[in-house]
Each structure stands twice: as structure tokens, then as C-alpha cells.
Design a protein around this ligand. Sequence first.
Ligand SMILES: Cc1cc2nc3c(=O)[nH]c(=O)nc-3n(C[C@H](O)[C@H](O)[C@H](O)COP(=O)(O)O)c2cc1C
Length: 193
Amino acid sequence: MQDPLSRFKADRQAAWGAKDPMAAVCVLATVDTDGLPQARTLVLRDVADGSIEGLAIYINASSPKWQQSQGRVAIQTWWPATQIQYRMQASCQELPADHIADSWQLRPDPPKRMDWLYQEHPQGSHVKDRQTLLDLLDATVLPEPLVAPEGAKGLLLLPDVIERLDLTQSNGVHDRVRYHREGDRWQQRTLVP
Ligand SMILES: Cc1cc2nc3c(=O)[nH]c(=O)nc-3n(C[C@H](O)[C@H](O)[C@H](O)COP(=O)(O)O)c2cc1C
């Protein structure tokens, strides 16, 4: 049986090949403090950096989603170009500070500045209006040399349930498979789509 994470990577590669812009992202679903689901689009990275290998997301610790991601999360991808959906349940492991320090330097300028702004004004907090936000951003003091702030964080996703739904069957009956990790092994089951 093909390892489902390798299968995911191969499928995502095919989506990239088909120029699917959704290949870059996932939807991260968490549960907030009121027990309500919260979902948002995030860039989904494939990290290989020394001992760190796998799918990763980069988020700011000032956002409520940071606390919400300390236990288990769900992510979902959908690639219209290749008609494949993945749903995963994963536990999360914080990416080491030295990895964040290096990868943060590759970010474009505006998100770097925003990460520093979040130190004083948490992501998702209220501002009077957009001009106030832009003024706050202008007034944000950046360190010299420019380094990642404390709040810039990332999570390695450790999926243990992976579900693949393939809509390309010629007979119109979708192919739905769920993989369940047990120890080092993955179990595979076919599900009614
Ligand atoms: C295509 C796309 C990519 C995004 N990538 C990220 C990302 O990598 N990290 C991030 O924190 N927010 C990203 N966002 C913004 C989030 O969807 C969300 O609006 C923001 O993080 C605030 O979410 P929160 O209320 O859960 O804190 C992205 C949005 C879009 C549309």
C-alpha cells in the first residue's frame, strides 16, 4: 500500500503541474473557546529541513488559532484542476525557533512588518479603520538587523487520519479512501462516498 502522505505529495505535485492555484493552500479547521468551528485558508508548505520533514503551516501566535492548534486540528485541500480532495486530522508540533528564524527571512516585506505589528496589536484585534491600521504599520519599529519576532511561529502537522476523495472515476462513482495511522503503519479502508 502506498504511504498516504507520499500519495498526497504526488497528487499535490499533479495539481501544481495542472497549474491549480489551490495547490499552494489548505483550509485549517479548529475549535474556538466557545466550541464553535473556525476555518481559514493558509499556505501549506512541504518542509524538509534537517530532522524536520512534512507538511507545515506558518501562523502568528497572537491569533486565537495558535492556541486552538495546540491539540488536534483538521485540514482540507481541494484541487479543482485534478478533482481531488484530501481531509486530514493531525496533531501539531511547534517548528523549532531556528527553522522559523531562517524561513521568516524569505517572507515578503509586508507580512514581515505585519508580524512585528502583531506584537502590539494581535491579529484579529479591532482597529478604528484601515487608515489607522496603515498608520500603525508605518509607526511599527523594526529591529536592526531585521529578525523574526517572538510571535512568528509554525507548526509541523502530524496527520494520523487521511481521507482522499477522487472525483475522476469514469463511471461517476467517486473513489473515497480513508487511511488511519496505527503506530508506524497505515491502515486503509474504502468508504461509501
Ligand atoms: C490564499 C491565502 C493564504 C493565506 N495564508 C495564510 C498563512 O499562511 N498564514 C496565516 O496566518 N494566514 C494566512 N491567510 C489568512 C487567513 O486565512 C486568515 O484570514 C488569517 O490568518 C486570520 O485568521 P484567524 O482569524 O484565524 O487568526 C491566508 C489567506 C489566503 C486567502
